[in-house]
Design a protein around this ligand. Structure first.
Ligand SMILES: Cc1ncc(C[n+]2csc(CCOP(=O)(O)OP(=O)(O)O)c2C)c(N)n1
Ligand SMILES: [Mg+2]
Length: 553
């Protein structure tokens, strides 16, 4: 991970209250923005942020603040930070911590905490957060005053950014904020480095690549978090390997790179004789690591992440940049490359067939509008480096299928935790992490309800985002499968034609309602042209179900 601008180069002494000391540690790690929702337990921290020019961006629900921290991390590759007040503030952030834990997203949540000196006597919002968040964080501690605050926060940030990355938590008790003098350590990337790969295993993996006729690489989020997209590309090019993206691995290889494939995904995984899974768990998204008769190689970012349940032929749990660079240097012999090129040609034909076949759906004139038509229109309006965020069920599955990603860290889906309600927080985080980039937020009409109040935060913070609601009036990803399994469905209906566009307008943003396919393009163009947040509420066909084989993995 690269040091952020503003990261301080050397350790330095600071005198001040605990909030000041905390803010100085954040700055030393390049953190210049904290997402939060007001609470008295955090006032001293806020004062420290004001003193040091760490920006405070506030939300209407702590889940949004915590998702914003994760979204910031996802678009920058650097740790995001949220500060949540004691008790309900912290518990409201637990889903985001779990989401970050499963996605390996580096982030820090600072909790406000009732005073230690009065612990057990029933202070307001007194709750021991640490055992609650421990299972969904890498580390969770309560800080002691002064140098203890500095030490806890520095260690938490190092842990968050050391492979395998993830969220960490530090509680700051109200009575720990007293004045002190403490040394603020400088961040040194060496302290957060991963392990070096075993060269013998690298050589064995390279030999498997050389022996394979139909190899394929699946690249996931940990390749992104490791900042290893150049090394991935070098490896794929050196050994002539087709690459599929998984989750936050989208865009590591630009969608128009000759070795990047998406429509040929199942053909590739079905036909491969060697699957190299890099930087993503062998989970439900990858058939739990079983690919027919293919041999599997798991390149994880740490030993703890190796998917032993799938008994991979070879596995490495080490820094992915180093691992992929070593594999790139090994390359593959010309005969092996020639063999791989024949396979690549075959997949390229599959890819083209897939793209040709989807064209009628992208251009569908049906009313009610087919969700795919929205993507047909949107694709034409997207910048190459647009940040696209998906929060929903079927509507977002279509986005995953139809939106091409060209730049790392620019397609954010809810990830393996699959939590609805991430979207507005991710958008807020992305707007701070990647200011100036085109920002699109795709929302199911079910998903939007989880953080509807935070449309207000997007307005107040003048986030220039175009939100598009695929409004089918149902929890589509639940209604259709329950129908298929049980022949009926319950608790799967939402209010038809709800006016989310008017909610956005009432809160001060720009709203559009779209019923007919022909209205889509101009409505989207107006939304993109309007500064600040816009919401295009598209009434879509509730009968349209995303074609999937299973959703209960
Ligand atoms: C917090 C949370 N609650 C419930 C679910 C289960 N769930 C997954 S998809 C889905 C339906 C989403 O509906 P909507 O956002 O309207 O998108 P659609 O499928 O209709 O396009 C639900 C309820 C979840 N993933 N996360
Ligand atoms: Mg819906």
């Amino acid at each position: 991970m690269v040091a952020a601008p503003g990261a301080k180069a050397a350790a330095h002494l600071v005198e001040g209250h605990g909030g000041r000391l905390a803010a100085e540690v954040l700055l030393a790690h390049g953190i210049e923005v904290v997402f939060t929702l007001s609470g008295g337990h955090l006032f001293v921290l806020y004062d420290g942020c004001v003193q040091t020019d760490v920006a405070l961006v506030d939300t209407r629900h702590e889940q949004t603040a915590a998702f914003a921290a994760e979204g910031f991390a996802k678009v920058t590759g650097r740790p995001g930070c949220a500060a949540l007040t004691a008790g309900p503030g912290v518990t409201n952030g637990v889903s985001a911590l779990a989401s970050a834990r499963l996605a390996g997203s580096p982030m820090l949540v600072i909790g406000g905490r009732a005073p230690q000196g009065r612990w057990g006597r029933g202070s307001l919002q007194e709750l021991d957060h640490v055992p609650i968040v421990a299972p969904v964080t890498k580390t969770a501690v309560t800080a002691t005053p002064g140098a203890g605050i500095v030490d806890s926060l520095h260690r938490a940030l190092l842990a968050a950014r050391t492979p395998h990355r993830g969220p960490t938590f530090v509680d700051l008790p109200l009575d720990a904020f007293g004045p002190a003098t403490a040394e603020i350590p400088a961040f040194d990337a060496i302290d957060a480095a991963g392990l070096a790969p075993d060269p013998d295993v690298v050589a064995r993996v390279a030999a498997l690549v050389g022996a394979a006729e139909r190899p394929v690489v699946v690249a996931g989020g940990d390749v992104y978090w490791s900042g290893a997209h150049e090394e991935l590309r070098a490896f794929a090019e050196a050994a002539a390997l087709p690459v599929l993206a998984n989750g936050l691995g989208r865009g590591l290889l630009a969608a128009d790179h000759r070795l990047a494939f998406s429509r040929a995904r199942s053909a590739a995984l079905r036909g491969a004789d060697l699957v190299l899974v890099a930087g993503t768990p062998l989970d439900f998204r990858l058939g739990f690591g079983a690919f027919g008769d293919a041999q599997v190689v798991h390149l994880a970012d740490a030993p703890s992440e190796i998917g032993t349940h799938a008994a991979p032929a070879e596995a490495i749990g080490a820094d992915l940049r180093t691992t992929l660079a070593a594999l790139a240097s090994a390359g593959a012999a010309p005969t092996a490359r020639a063999e791989h090129e024949r396979w690549i040609e075959q997949l390229r034909a599959d890819e083209q067939r897939g793209r040709d076949a989807e064209r009628p759906r992208l251009e569908s004139d049906a009313t009610p509008i087919a969700p795919s038509r929205i993507y047909g229109e949107l694709r034409a309006l997207l910048d190459r480096d647009a940040v696209v965020i998906g929060d929903g069920g079927d509507f977002v599955s279509y986005a995953g299928k139809y939106i091409d990603t060209f730049v790392p860290g620019s397609f954010l889906d809810p990830g393996p935790y699959g939590c609805l309600g991430t979207g507005p927080g991710y958008a807020l985080g992305a707007s701070r992490g990647r200011p100036g980039r085109q920002l699109v937020l795709l929302l199911g009409d079910g998903a939007i309800g989880f953080s509807l109040g935070d449309l207000d935060s997007l307005v107040r913070h003048r986030v220039d985002v175009t939100a598009i609601v695929g409004n089918n009036g149902i929890w589509g990803l639940e209604k259709h499968p329950m129908q298929a399994l049980f022949g009926y469905d319950v608790v799967a209906d939402l209010q038809p034609e709800a006016r989310y566009d008017l909610v956005m307008e009432a809160l001060g943003g720009h709203g559009e309602l779209v019923r007919e396919p022909g209205e889509l393009r101009p409505a989207l163009q107006r939304a993109f042209a309007t500064p600040g947040p816009s919401l295009v509420n598209v009434l879509t066909d509730p009968g349209d179900a995303y074609p999937r084989s299973s959703n209960l993995a």
